[in-house]
Ligand binder design. Sequence first.
Ligand code: HEM
Ligand code: HEM
Length: 135
Amino acid sequence: MNRTTMGFIYTGMAYLMVGVGLGLYISIDSSARILVPVHAHVNLVGFVMFTIFGISYHILPRFRGRPLYSEGMAWLQFWAANVSLAGFLVFTATKLYWGVGSDLRAVFAALLALSFVLFVYNMGRTMIQVPPQQH
Ligand code: HEM
Ligand code: HEM
């Protein structure tokens, strides 16, 4: 497994633990219910999407029988997704609690969306790549 797959699997597991912890906290203390959007994205983006990204990078090129279009782009996507998700979560929390940070949240949201686009582009180019000429 390459570093992008390992990175997404490990960070996905870490986010699952954070998300489950936050879910338990919300269950116990109902005043923490304001953090439900944070809980939702920690779990759905941090665990579900990151795990899908990690497994996809490993398995889809193999299903297709071709190397991934760009390993560098995959590694860039890993970092863009991690930095932007962390920023998005922090500024979602500050927005919900204190009503500040909306603009910064929007910047991180855009970067997160861009990281998703990088995944789709890289995977798309992998799947539709023209096979090398047979000699
Ligand atoms: C032990 C694990 C978990 C606990 C204790 C937990 C707990 C909670 C609680 C208390 C809420 C707020 C419900 C409410 O008052 O409206 C909630 C909402 C939510 N949780 Fe979890 N959760 C857990 C795991 C997960 C996982 C693994 C996911 C996704 C893969 C997830 C996705 C969501 C979503 C999307 C919402 C928002 C639902 C909505 O839009 O109303 N949760 N969770
Ligand atoms: C670029 C990626 C994403 C961005 C920027 C984004 C942004 C947002 C925002 C701003 C909200 C409203 C939260 C609020 O009330 O403040 C929201 C809600 C929600 N999003 Fe996302 N999202 C993204 C990806 C996803 C993905 C991939 C999923 C599911 C797999 C998801 C599931 C949800 C759910 C379930 C809610 C409702 C949460 C609740 O009940 O409070 N989002 N999202």
